[in-house]
Write a protein that binds this ligand. Structure first.
Ligand code: SOE
Length: 355
């Protein structure tokens, strides 16, 4: 029997989650929006069976097995705790919570449920290939890591979104929103952990359309050291003209470098002193864990929504009792919140912070 899905929220991410749930053959039972009218409009637009007037009404429906929380960050903790208390499994958007204490609460409350966080870049086949190369020793010991995640959708003072407002999005904006993906990928691919960070943050546009005195960061740069002895840098910005959603990760091992670029996700650059090559997203050329995520033959590009679909499919498989490799769970969400807090504290105090 297919899983019953309830979606909380009605923005861009609700659309992405609903597509992934449908691709996984779940039943889209209901949605709750920011108002009853908005909920009804979202249900009609996304082909969801019904809208509820409140979260309580959605949670009271026994047809719903799993709740997807896609609301502004400051609502995640309360809504997710309510869903868990109602006995539901939960997929909660990142950042899992706006404080470490809340994220810890969610981890504790979810012990006997499947509770996952969409660090979906883990589900690009070539990210898995990079990870398999590190794990198999092909890269050699990881020496340096260089990551950047650049966007331009908040470039102008007229660009507005709840994320710029700390009351809705939390103390961190850009790092929590997209830097968290980078941190997750670095730790996922290398198997190493960030040990300490030093950082600078900037709010270049302090006044935006609906909001005054923006305090959340437009950009952050981070230097880090890992427990395994590697060093690295990160740059994240939502004010990078021409960059739409460019997550770029370069890992240099003692033998081999690997580069994944989410805007060019059909190839993995593999560099050796003797020469470099582009590994194509071709199941026959990839490690088994990467090949299992290939959904279209090479030459038929596979992208963001596919990665999202694979993440949701694996979350649902876990609800069914499977143990899929690399499923990002609430513990991983908590980890990202911890690193985000350390980055902001490091920037505020001008000192290294242990993660
Ligand atoms: C907006 O910055 C956003 O939609 C993020 O919230 C997602 O996590 C990222 O995958 C794409 O960009």
């Amino acid at each position: 029997m297919s899983l019953g899905v309830g979606i909380v929220g009605g923005g861009f991410m609700a659309t992405v989650h609903s597509r992934a749930a449908r691709a996984a053959r779940a039943r889209l039972v209901g949605v709750v929006g920011s108002s009853p009218d908005r909920g009804a409009a979202v249900a009609a637009e996304l082909g969801i069976e019904r809208a509820y007037d409140s979260l309580d009404a959605l949670l009271a429906d026994p047809a719903i097995d799993v709740v997807h929380v896609t609301t502004p960050n400051s609502l995640h903790a309360e809504q997710t705790l309510a869903a868990l208390a109602a006995g539901k499994h939960v997929v909660c958007e990142k950042p899992l919570a706006t404080t470490v204490a809340d994220a810890e609460r969610l981890v504790h409350a979810s012990v006997d449920r499947i509770a996952t966080v969409p660090f979906v870049y883990r589900f690009h086949p070539l990210v898995r290939e990079a990870r398999a190369r590190v794990t198999a020793g092909e890269t050699g010991r990881v020496l340096t890591v260089q990551g950047s995640y650049l966007q331009d959708w908040l470039l102008s003072a007229g660009d507005d979104n709840w994320r710029v407002d700390a009351a809705a999005g939390g103390r961190s904006r850009t790092f929590a929103d997209i830097g968290s993906h980078l941190v997750d990928l670095i730790e996922f691919v290398t198997g190493d952990r960030l040990a300490r960070v030093a950082a600078s943050t900037r709010t270049f546009l302090a006044d935006r359309a609906e909001h005054v005195r923006i305090e959340t960061e437009d950009a952050a740069s981070v230097a880090f050291e890992t427990t395994g002895g590697a060093i690295g840098t990160l740059l994240v910005s939502q004010l990078a003209p021409g960059r739409k959603n460019r997550l770029h990760l370069e890992i240099a091992g003692a033998e081999e470098s690997v580069v994944f670029d989410q805007e060019q996700p059909e190839t993995l650059w593999v560099g050796r002193r003797s020469g470099s090559l582009l590994v194509p997203r071709d199941a026959e050329q990839l490690a088994a864990d990467a090949a299992r995520l290939v959904t279209t033959p090479a030459g038929h590009p596979q992208g963001y929504q596919d990665a999202f679909n694979a993440f949701v499919a694996d979350s649902y498989a876990a609800i069914g009792g499977a143990t899929p490799e690399g499923l990002p769970r609430f513990e991983d969400g908590l980890r990202a919140v911890r690193v985000t807090e350390a980055v902001l504290d490091a920037a505020d105090r001008g000192e290294w912070r242990v993660v």
